[in-house]
Design a protein around this ligand. Sequence first.
Ligand code: GLV
Ligand code: MN
Ligand code: MN
Length: 393
Amino acid sequence: MTAQKLLEEIAGIGRSPATGGYRRFAWTREDSDLREWFRGQAEARGLTVTEDRVGNQWAWWGDPDARGPGVVTGSHLDSVPDGGNFDGPLGVVSALLAVEELRREGFTPARPIGVANFVDEEGARFGVACGGSRVLTGALSRERALALTDADGVSMAEALSRAGRDPGAIGPDPETLARIGTFVELHVEQGRYLADTAAPVAVASSIWPHGRWRFDFPGEANHAGTTRFEDRNDPALKLAALILQAREVARELGCVATVGKMRVLPNGVNAIPSEATGWVDGRGPDEDAVRRLVPLLEEAIGTGAVVESFTPSTEFDPVLAGELSGLLGGAPIIGTGAGHDAGVLAANGVSSAMLFVRNPTGVSHSPAEHAEPDDCEAGVAALATVLRSLAAR
Ligand code: GLV
Ligand code: MN
Ligand code: MN
């Protein structure tokens, strides 16, 4: 079995025929199909599947309570709107295949090995990134998580109920966390560093600080033809200013900022909007600069923002990163601007690391995201090497 073949097994789940992109959002039908698939694949490889209080799935080779803590690998299966089939799934399939390889060769782990499928990593439905790992660690309170709403006003509590789950059960899960001695997430690279090198795999050093903020602009609905400019209160103008200013202010601070999600109500071609909302995603190498971004933006456009999430910069354990690089023949050690569950775990005291697999275009969060089959196999082999070493002690 290859990573490409396993990815093809889920290629039909949540794929939009119109765009070729994936829409795999937390606690939807697609999510449930992916969870079912994960369970089947893990059980077919002799792993025992459990779920934590949040709904993250854990497939164990060995008993983490009797012989733990274990070495855990894995990633997520959800997507951004119209995302690709690699961001998340490559880490899950590589984890399953690396474990399969270790079993095939007769490796006897000295401690249990787990494969994780984190729920709601992208935060595409409820707005907060890495919801599964944040609730698990207590970084996101259960009260706040359950009250988050999607674009249709459905709360996470309601979505959980509709998915047949008990919203009252979710919350921090120290027992599950205690089972993770080391976490290693493999991920498609979201950039072009490796594309220009001979190396198919890199090790992560750090993750940029990252914030998501929401700007609400109230306006006054009216007729697009009969209302004079001077009589209008058109909130789309504020939204336009936000989009332009976000780029300007971020550039001055040495950050990046994006308004990739916006809502205009009622969204009628011949109506002045009654309301507009823009979401700013801001990141950069310098945490102080990222923290200054939105106050400056608020001042520039004269409107206050609501913080939806803020993740400080994350440094992965440099000793572990150096060790993995050495195990992989001197793999490059690189930083990233993308967020990951491994970062949330690292920030909450779990020894964590990441492997990145070369992406020839560097594109991600798009149907164009890609990794060549040979590089995917190199990723599986690298992960097997890492697990073989970490689980032998
Ligand atoms: C997740 O991929 C993020 O970086 O937003
Ligand atoms: Mn992503
Ligand atoms: Mn991801």
